[in-house]
Design a protein around this ligand. Structure first.
Ligand code: M6R
Length: 366
């Protein structure tokens, strides 16, 4: 049942090209270069009336929500915010009929997310869920359910459902952007070309999955890690750190790299390795500066870089490369080596990868 893999987590990491394909299926008109997303049954007029998007979730799904905020602002030009469902439900959140709430969850049964959705339902705001369980509470509560359809995820650490969420968030943001004429047809066509290449990009990355193992061999004995990313990839740093924490029990902290100089830089020395996500996007030079700051303090840097980036690969201690892609899709690619890194470290440390201590697959208590 593990398809020849030692753990479900590895099997599910390797299934990610299919997960992305499933999320795209019947939702994109590749010929016309348009996102159709027929399961979001709102008219262009209704979508154009959305004045604010609020994205909620917990754990990995919260990290997806933070990526989604960038996507909605960038591709749809609508103010967007992301928040933990467990905080959202205990505020008195401002919600009106022009607010669109997107609740993200693999299981659709997370108590905090479901409770937050109930609050939203009473408010008159529109409610969409992105989830992987058609018969879940979330799917029932939402006005519109965007189902991942990537098959059950068994490993407690979410992997393929994160990439599914990010794919669906791209589609949602593009659909909103087109409906309100923020995203023109040429831009949409270009983004759709990127989406069409995405499953192949993920598959290509996984072909060199074994390259991450030697890094884990060198670093599995460390007790602390720092993860840095910026912009749309800051939540990817958080997701990488979460993976490492939950399955290997190593302390890992994630920071938006610009925050480093405001405190965490004091932690850096030879014993504190940094995982840096630095694809060639608009924040590349800023990330390069942050990496230099770490190197100047004798810290080891393991970097996720765009293929062919000699400048940064000469500067850092170890590089893992991702294929070139559009900036809105880098989070999907940059996540994969971080999942593999956490996985191999946990295996080396003899941890129970699929069922880490103290954790359940779905958290149905508060
Ligand atoms: O089923 P959900 O996506 O709502 O679950 C939310 C979190 O409990 C979950 O993502 C958790 O953080 C994972 N173990 C992360 O790998």
């Amino acid at each position: 049942e593990r398809g020849g893999y030692r753990h479900f987590m590895l099997k599910e990491i390797m299934e990610q090209p299919q997960a992305v394909t499933a999320a795209l299926r019947d939702r994109v008109d590749f010929g016309r270069g348009l996102v159709t997303l027929p399961d979001l049954t709102l008219t262009d007029r209704e979508l154009a009336g959305v004045s604010r998007v609020v994205l909620i979730g917990c754990g990995t799904s919260l990290n997806a929500a933070h990526v989604g905020r960038h996507l909605v602002e960038r591709l749809a030009g609508i103010p967007a915010e992301a928040e933990s469902a467990s905080e959202f439900r205990y505020r008195e959140p401002f919600l009106d009929p022009s607010t669109l709430v997107v609740a993200i969850g693999q299981s659709g049964e997370t108590a905090d997310t479901v409770a937050a959705m109930e609050t939203v339902r009473q408010s008159g705001a529109r409610l969409v869920t992105i989830c992987n369980a058609p018969n879940s509470q979330a799917a029932r509560l939402a006005d519109h359910a965007l189902l991942m359809g990537c098959g059950v995820e068994i490993g407690v650490a979410s992997t393929k459902t994160f990439l599914s969420s990010l794919t669906l968030l791209n589609l949602l943001a593009m659909r909103l952007g087109t409906a309100r004429s923020h995203l023109g047809s040429a831009a949409s066509r270009k983004l759709v070309e990127g989406l069409a290449r995405l499953p192949g990009n993920v598959a290509q990355l996984l072909e060199s999955a074994d390259d991450v193992e030697p890094l884990a061999r060198s670093y599995y004995g460390r007790n602390n890690f720092l993860y840095l990313g910026r912009g749309i990839n800051a939540p990817v740093a958080t997701e990488g750190a979460l993976k490492l924490k939950e399955i290997s029990y190593i302390h890992a902290e994630a920071y938006a790299a610009g925050e480093m100089k405001h405190g965490p830089i004091a932690l850096i020395d030879h014993a504190m390795p940094t995982l840096a996500i630095a694809p060639q996007d608009g924040l590349y030079d800023k990330m390069a500066n942050n990496i230099q700051e770490v190197k100047a303090r004798d810290g080891d840097v393991l970097a996720v870089l765009t293929q062919g980036d000699d400048r940064l690969s000469d500067l850092v201690d170890h590089s893992v490369f991702i294929p070139e892609t559009a900036p809105n899709l880098t989070p999907l690619l940059a996540t994969v080596p971080l999942q593999l890194f956490a996985y191999h470290i946990a295996v080396r440390r003899g941890c129970d990868v699929d069922q880490p201590r103290n954790l359940a697959k779905s958290v149905t208590v508060e």
